[in-house]
Design a binder for this molecule. Sequence first.
Ligand code: TTP
Ligand code: MG
Length: 281
Amino acid sequence: MNLSLFRTITIFDVGQQLIGLRNLKLCCHYKLHPTSKCHQSRLFINTSTSLLNHSINATESMEPKGTTIVVEGNIGSGKTTVIELLRQKGKAAFIAEPVKKWTNLNGENLLQKLYEDPKRWSFMFQQYVYLTMAQNHEKARKKEGITIMERSIHSARNVFIENLKNRQLITKPEYEVLDSWYNHLASTPGYTPKSYIYVKSDPELCLQRIKSRNRPEEASIDIDYLKGLHTLHQSWLVPKCKHCSHHKKMHASTIVVNNSGDKDALVAELEKASAKIFGQE
Ligand code: TTP
Ligand code: MG
């Protein structure tokens, strides 16, 4: 009996970067006589099958199991509130923003350091944001169904790091290192969401919310800083040029949710967006 095994699989390199589709053609011609026990042939088939299974498993674990949606918007725009409201619908899994990690890394309050001396600490802080966000993308990729997470490596790069460069709070080499990290992380399968929920809010309102929630680290945030972040969110998530849109958002769509500060209006906005959000599994 001739047994032919001919499979095509996807391979990723050790650095977990997709290097393209390569064909692995495994062809085993294997003669089996009911009476003879050909140990070597069996061993070959067993090893090849394990390798194949291993590669397929490796491939499967890289591929996202479900759909990731990311909530973005200015500091104090109401992302956490939006997530709480969506949570009540019971139709998705949720991953919280790692702010707690940023305020306590083995006793170090990195967020506080950032605001106390941005020139000294921004580079360090943004690297830790990348790490903690990559951990969240990793969690999201393994979940089935819809997973909604607050923030992403994409806002870290397209909004915060861009803003730090504009304000000359990071040096050119620091910017280049952060950009290289982004290019590496963003090419990981599953790290680009299907869509963004963009919580759009007036920077003045964001400032009011920041003041009333009173995170001690954020006491120095001013309106110019929030206006800069607002402009960057806009040009990233709702760019006027189609080419820029594809380039910057890597084909993810944007669902805009306006937050004017009125809770009932926000609930109504989410109701309107609900079909778009939950209909994309
Ligand atoms: P946000 O990620 O905007 O979270 P939030 O809880 O303030 O937003 P919302 O009220 O809409 O729920 O900001 C958290 C803090 O982290 C804020 O002080 C800004 C800072 N930050 C950076 O400095 N760099 C970054 O890349 C990110 C993602 C946040
Ligand atoms: Mg929040």
